[in-house]
Design a protein. Structure first.
Ligand SMILES: [Zn+2]
Length: 251
């Protein structure tokens, strides 16, 4: 039974992940998420069911459009698979609970902003606001311990990132700052700082790898959103454990 439920959450995650790709690509451009139906952005070929099966289509089409042969970005099947795995993992960790809804919303938000930040270097306000409202309601119904940790977390998340933005003179985008407000609300202050710490490490590693890969595009800025997303998910599931471990090293 447990296995069946895990499979259901995984499948839902794949389908939602596929939808999140569409949302992340269209919302920043001000496009509708339902019209027009999915199509190849190069040859305009309308995608059929065969092209739209999450992950599998990418594998069977060998990562190319069936119309024009243009390579499909590997980011999209990775996002689908990641959403599937994270949905299943969230259910495994939390079971049927209010907190599971928090986790699913949080994962969804992070997947969408990863897609849009990679594609456009942008984390749209609309997306943040769409998720912020239900997350506030859920943190009232299912508060952190102590309950005010959400408020402190949001203020600390926003404040620290805002300071970094001032000191680094634009090294941090406005979207990143607002995203940390939402992260603080969901996680509380300590895991939020942990998120920032982990995101910096992940961002540095990604930066070094992409520098090595492309020598000429040295000046292209690297979106910070994906690093924040990975860090926030680690902090959500393991933050308390990691913070406790660290504090116990000293006290
Ligand atoms: Zn095409």
């Amino acid at each position: 039974m447990e296995f069946v439920l895990l499979f259901i959450f995984f499948s839902y995650g794949l389908v939602f992940g596929s939808f999140f790709n569409v949302v992340g690509l269209r919302i920043p451009k001000g496009e509708s998420i339902v019209k027009p139906p999915s199509h190849c952005t190069v040859c305009d070929r309308r995608l059929t069911i065969k092209d739209l099966v999450p992950v599998f289509s990418y594998v069977f089409l060998k990562g190319k459009c069936r119309g024009c042969g243009t390579k499909i970005n590997w980011v999209y099947p990775v996002m689908e698979l990641a959403t599937g795995l994270l949905f299943a993992f969230a259910y495994l960790q939390l079971g049927f609970s209010l907190e599971l809804i928090v986790a699913l919303l949080f994962i969804s938000l992070l997947v969408i902003i990863t897609v849009s930040d990679i594609a456009y270097m942008l984390i749209p306000d609309k997306i943040l606001l769409f998720f912020l409202i239900p997350l506030i309601v859920l943190r009232v119904l299912e508060p952190l311990d102590p309950w005010w940790d959400s408020i402190v977390g949001a203020v600390v998340g926003f404040g620290v990132l805002f300071l970094i933005a001032i000191v680094s003179k634009g090294g941090m985008g406005g979207g990143d700052i607002k995203l940390f407000f939402v992260i603080g609300l969901v996680l509380g202050w300590a895991p939020t700082l942990l998120t920032l710490f982990l995101a910096s490490i992940i961002g540095t590693v990604i930066g070094i790898i992409s520098l090595r890969r492309s020598k000429q595009s040295r000046k292209t800025p690297i979106p910070f959103g994906p690093s924040i997303a990975i860090a926030a998910i680690i902090a959500y599931f393991y933050g308390e454990m990691l913070v406790d471990w660290y504090v116990n090293l000293f006290f």
